[in-house]
Design a protein around this ligand. Sequence first.
Ligand SMILES: NC(=O)c1ccc[n+]([C@@H]2O[C@H](COP(=O)([O-])OP(=O)(O)OC[C@H]3O[C@@H](n4cnc5c(N)ncnc54)[C@H](OP(=O)(O)O)[C@@H]3O)[C@@H](O)[C@H]2O)c1
Length: 296
Amino acid sequence: MTKWTTADLPDMTGRTVVITGATSGIGLITARELARVGALVVLAVRSVDKGRAVAATFPGRRAEVRELDVSDLASIRRFAAQWSGGIDVLINNAGIMDVPLSRTADGFELQMATNFFGPFALTNLLLPHLTDRVVSVTSQLHKMGRTHLEDAEDLAGQLRPYKGTAAYNDSKLNLTLFSTELQRRLTASGSPVRSFLAHPGIAATNLATHTVPGKVTRALRFLFNDAEHGALPTLFAATQDLPGNAYVGPDRPGGMKGHPKIGKPAQTALEPQTAARLWSLAAQLTGTGADLPAVA
Ligand SMILES: NC(=O)c1ccc[n+]([C@@H]2O[C@H](COP(=O)([O-])OP(=O)(O)OC[C@H]3O[C@@H](n4cnc5c(N)ncnc54)[C@H](OP(=O)(O)O)[C@@H]3O)[C@@H](O)[C@H]2O)c1
């Protein structure tokens, strides 16, 4: 079977894509490739200078840079309030992994804030502008995640001892549950917008700097995707005609590397009652998401 590559990207002229965390790794490549095929790509980044330097390297310079710190609800609200016009594709790509414990201005553990609360709030606030799809970039490690849904404090990460790797896995499970619940609610409300998940397998980017020493990454590189291949599932989900809730990842055994194919998230990420409980607590904590009611 032919492997899907960036040569198969359709013309995206006239389409607007917003992508978070486009200054490095998978996000940078995704943004560059979508700009190359004609999309107006908005790089939603925490460092505008870094974003401008990246955008200046794109073919045709079809890119705009706007400030957005996805770990900070005030920044997300500013970004959304300044938006006018339609967005065809929102890509929730920005993420961090296994960082030392810290809490955000909103009182959230930083990985949960960046990898889950941020995409949740941003998507909900931009929903009135969205016309086609949301792609959320998850990780296969969501399969090792656990939910913490006792109450709002539990979800925000204030009640348990901190473990960096577990916090990452948990945040990606929440992101995956959010994405599947988003599709349920969009369908129930009659919206044509679709929600997709993409994961890069393992890709050599800056993500694991806190977890894996650089020399180990370099030695094991043959096992991974390079960042260019890591971006393919996101690009596939952002541009192909797929059923809502499609989960796209690499095709090689174990899903660690290769070319895009549709797979399945963990069963825990497909549980509607858990997802509805997560949505309700996240809505309470972020003050967003109440406009899209639960599925009866
Ligand atoms: N690489 C992998 O093997 C792998 C596997 C599974 C999932 N993923 C997911 O893929 C996505 C992209 O990661 P990557 O591998 O490309 O890592 P990366 O090279 O470290 O890129 C992460 C991007 O996120 C941005 N970012 C981090 N915190 C942010 C914040 N608070 N506000 C706005 N932007 C922020 C970073 O911006 P700065 O440049 O300012 O730091 C950077 O542009 C993440 O969601 C990650 O969890 C990656």
